[in-house]
Ligand binder design. Sequence first.
Ligand code: UT7
Length: 333
Amino acid sequence: MYAAFRSIGAYVPEKVLTNADFEKMVDTTDDWITKRTGIKERHIAADNETTSDMGVKAAEKAIARSGLEKSDIDMVICATISPDYFCMPSTATIIATKLGLPKVTAFDISAACTGFVYVVAIAKAFIESGMKKNVLVVGAEKLSAITDYSDRTTCILFGDGAGAAVITATEDKEEAILDIHTGSDGSYADLLMTPNGGSGSAHDSLDQEAAGCYMKMKGNETFKVAVRTLTSDVVEILKENNLDADAITHFVPHQANYRIIKAVGDALKMRDEQVVMTVEKYGNTSGASIPMAINDIYEAGELKTGELMLLDAFGGGLTWGSALVPFAGPVKK
Ligand code: UT7
């Protein structure tokens, strides 16, 4: 049995924060943000809109496009660093229940911006082992809830949104997800973290200002490790699968910064039309960024059945991962 990437869906909240809005909030300019990151705007969830609410909307689209009934789904995995609740219950269980799937296996994983590649890898393993048949994978983030809007070095980067995909069992090898690599190195933990609120904090720090739970990033150091790791990861997975860059129709990297994407794309000799770039519209949506980007090319009618996608992600942990994924769904009509 193989695992096939059957369908994609995404949801983007209505409210938009532009670079001009940030000029009024912190000491920054549209010019700086555009030149250093490529970001023009990002979407922000409503106050009463949760990560699971966004995940459900993306999931409903992905399930409808998969041709399956909701009741066919036997597992839900959610990649998020901005869950509805701290520790428990998992956002995946809430998504499953809101979808009307109360008895399925459901859990979250924490791999930051690499989260979506990790959940696809987990779905593949469960399917190939015969334990599950139709797995809903979700990347959903309300990063605005953990962003410090007084810190200009991070607040201009992040946005909210969700993406979801259905991964199904197939006997057709042509449809099979070819390969997935995942890795991590906790010695770089301090590059990108929410420093407070966990068991590593003094007990009374849980009562400290929420500021301790906001994201902190050593942006420039992270940038360098990101370019290096994203590139080497792809070189390795292509080599191990005897493929060259031309075999890839859509290179879908994590959308953190257009300079990172450009540097990696150039190092891999990818043509511009192979590289999917959505960072301008959505900013960095961590675990949601790759499925949101896949959904963009799907909705634009640019993702065809059988075309090979190369996913490439990097994020807090540090974590990284890459995946060779043929699109096994029907083309958007
Ligand atoms: O998603 C997971 C992984 N995340 C990433 O891969 C993100 C990696 N990092 C980045 O994308 C970039 O490092 C940033 C966009 C965060 C920053 O760009 P940079 O080119 O690395 O800038 P920098 O941090 O070296 O800062 C350059 C200058 C500094 O001023 P001085 O020290 O040169 O006077 C900063 O204080 O830019 C200043 N600066 C800003 N200026 C205007 C930092 N943030 C801003 C801002 N507006 N928002």
